[in-house]
Design a protein around this ligand. Structure first.
Ligand code: ATP
Ligand code: MG
Length: 438
């Protein structure tokens, strides 16, 4: 193809374009629309198209004799999901969905869709792996669009909330020279002639910024080379991170609960239609505080397994059943069950916590160690070599206030807010053990 001429003048179209939902909200007559063909029906003398765009869908009706033969001819040959331009008149119609329909004066096919490899109707039964193979096409579905419109609100609301809290948004490096936490498996990358890793958390960086700028937040991508293959783990995930100076774990648990409540309120306010499409009944969560020891006692009574220094999936699930629509903070966590940088509290306990929501961990956090000598001691106790953490430890030698923070998994939060069972549904392009494309 030597040259390509746009079928319609896109600049002119953008000046005149009407979104489909506006047809139902305002008394419009002459409209120019563009979108995808959801469905079509041919009853001989009368032909119907269902046109959809990002805002909704509308019926386009062509009656023989009332609409030009050219337009009727085009109506015959549009395949599902093809992209079309429609110029026409809006009329009221009792039979049409929503009470209005468009009588077309001009229809252009802007892009033809070949035979579809997956079902993208509202009743699609295509299985998730196949849908993910064709995720770009899966994103044509309004259910899938609803999920990601809501996730967009979650991120936006998080930003809004944090700015109101007086936090600054920061961005951090994703390539690091060594493990920030020890433990978790890291993805190795070649960095010129050095060995480097993809970041598994922005822990150290957000601490450094909190120790100078007091309140800091970010939406950070983390990579974990864990070989698990579960419905709640990804190998690349996003975290809503927060860190605050002059704070202990209780200060930041309060911030976390208000952040999640704010996010849920915003989703309720801005995504009524999407929640309806997904049939989700959402409630602003309550907040409950329990010590690890209290949770252990509850689990003993319930006959549910709980480890010595970790909850485990069964106990998390049980907490979700006992306290639905509630953010359950489990604090006074055994020191041995938390990373080396979590502040000890005496009696084998720590200032670390987990937040459980709808039966799953959404966040871990706590007060951090800001005292170099204590940090060295805790590294050794965790069989880690302080020499490998020299620059991290040194960053606390020149005036580092006590500080605390947390990270909420964005995809975890999305799946739990929406009651979705598999985390892969709530990330556009998942990276799991087997998937690297699209
Ligand atoms: P889990 O115990 O559920 O595996 P974790 O304790 O290893 O999680 P953290 O390091 O505490 O995870 O990360 C903070 C939050 O980020 C978690 O509470 C969770 O919401 C989310 N998260 C962590 N790992 C993953 C992952 N592999 N995939 C998706 N989300 C994750
Ligand atoms: Mg955790």
């Amino acid at each position: 193809m030597e040259e390509y001429e746009n079928i319609i003048d896109l600049k002119e179209f953008n000046n005149k374009r009407v979104l489909i939902k506006e047809i139902f909200e305002e008394p419009l007559v002459d409209v120019e629309l563009a979108g995808w063909l959801y469905d079509s029906r041919d009853l001989g003398k009368i032909k119907f198209l269902i046109l959809k765009d990002i805002s909704g869908q509308v019926q386009v009706t062509g009656v023989k004799g009332k609409v030009s033969d050219d337009v009727l001819k085009i109506m015959d040959k549009i395949s599902r999901e093809s992209v079309i331009y429609v110029k026409g008149k809006v009329i009221n119609s009792k039979q049409a969905p929503g009470g209005k329909e468009v009588i077309p004066e001009q229809i252009e096919i802007l892009a033809n869709a070949e035979e579809l490899p997956i079902d993208v109707t509202d009743f699609s039964k295509t299985e998730l792996p196949k849908r993910l193979d064709y995720r770009f096409l899966d994103l044509h579905r309004k259910k899938i669009q609803a999920i990601f419109k809501i996730q967009s609100t979650i991120m936006q609301a998080y930003r809004e909330f944090m700015i109101k809290e007086g936090a600054i948004e920061a961005v951090f490096p994703s390539i690091i020279s060594s493990s920030s936490e020890g433990g978790t498996d890291l993805f190795e990358v070649k960095y010129f002639n050095k060995k480097a890793f993809l970041s598994q958390s922005c822990q150290l960086y957000k601490q450094m910024v909190a120790c100078s700028m007091e309140k800091v937040f970010t939406i950070f991508t983390v990579w974990r080379a864990e070989k698990h293959n579960t419905v709640r783990h990804l190998n690349e995930a996003r975290q809503l991170d927060y860190e605050q100076a002059f704070a202990d774990e209780f200060v930041v648990m309060d911030v976390l609960s208000r952040a999640v409540q704010y996010i849920v309120k915003k989703v309720l306010e801005l995504n009524k239609k999407e929640l309806e499409i997904l049939e989700v009944k959402l409630k602003v969560p309550d907040v409950k505080y329990l010590t690890f020891a209290e949770v252990k006692k509850i689990m003993e009574k319930e006959g549910v397994h709980c480890e010595e220094d970790d909850l485990g999936t069964d106990a998390e699930k049980k907490l979700g059943e006992l306290f639905p629509d509630t953010i359950v903070f489990v604090h006074d966590w055994p020191l041995s069950g938390k990373p080396f940088y979590i502040m000890p509290k005496g009696n084998g306990l720590s200032r670390g916590f987990d937040a459980i929501y709808q039966g799953m961990e959404i966040s871990s956090g706590g007060q951090r160690i800001h005292i170099p000598e204590l940090l060295e001691e805790r590294l050794k106790a965790n069989n880690l070599d302080p020499k490998n953490f020299k620059s991290y430890i040194d960053s606390f030698r020149y005036g580092a206030p006590p500080h605390a923070g947390w990270g909420i998994g964005l995809e975890r939060l999305t799946m739990l807010i929406l009651g979705i069972k598999n985390i892969r549904e709530v990330i556009m392009f998942p990276r799991d053990r087997d998937r690297l494309t699209p």
